[in-house]
Design a protein around this ligand. Sequence first.
Ligand SMILES: [Zn+2]
Length: 344
Amino acid sequence: MHRRTFLAAAPILQSVIADTSRAAVSTPDAPAYKTRDAEIVIHTTKGYPEKWKSIYEKTIKHYADQWGHVGPTHIFLVENTDWDPTTLTHERKSQLEASIRSLKRKFSTLQGHDADGQYLDWQTGNHWAGWSITPAHLTITMTMTPIRDAQQFVIGPIHEYTHALQTAYGFSTEAIDGNRMGHSRWTGPAWWREGSAVLISYLYSYQNPKLFTELKRPMTWERFSHEMNRNLSLYQKANLPIRTGVTHDDWQRLEKINKVHPVVYAGGSVACAKLLQRVGSLKRLFAFLHKVPDLGWEPAFEQHFNLSLEKFYEEFENAISKAQPQMDGDQRKSNWASFLKEMQ
Ligand SMILES: [Zn+2]
């Protein structure tokens, strides 16, 4: 499990990363995710803070209303006993433990497993997206505490629901392995999958300050710009191109040298920003996803962005080697991400 403090979000299984070297094949076993009017169901541990449940739910509905209700998507909001140990009474601790146990059982049953789900690792500090093939549905699990990072209750759901969109639009032409869970392939390279989720979650937060009305601070341009410049800086320092972050094996290799974050997440977000700049609006970036089920990821990429993946890698690395991150809003340097400020 890949853990992080801020950007967050790791796949529930390592096998979610696509091996794009194999051709997309239609199989009768492809899960039938809905891409319209799908249900979004929220499950919580007993006594979960209403305020944060409501912010999470509101964010995800706002985003889904705009880009599509896919799924069904089941969301698990989990309060762990280590959220605030200083004020936790003995009684509340037992209540929470029992509630977590029963929620894990529910999760497992939903996935079609005749198991109690106690193998699920719901440690505080993560959020991630998963899926089930039979029955076909998507899952999002959130264990982060609002005490530590309130902003994650707006950014986090957008990030994870972007994975839900990628999955719902990716599976229909993807080959599904006979294995009941996992071994299914996601849409596109790891850098795209995580990079687009990182970029879009920040951009959408920035474009919709209304989502932050109950929080102390909205996502300002300064914060968004800082995030993107920091990502550029991390990527440049990693000194490995995004094309080393494509497959499941790539992910494993990068994990061993602690470079999943700088290459896949940070580098991926910069690459996706460049793709967004190319098409000119978030709407047109999303339009790419809609082509994936029919064409497969890479042909859809070539058609939509009007260049080969190979050519994109080449142009991107070339552009990025010359770009300079603008740190701490230092106005003496030009801001490579400034085009995002007025992005539609
Ligand atoms: Zn993610």
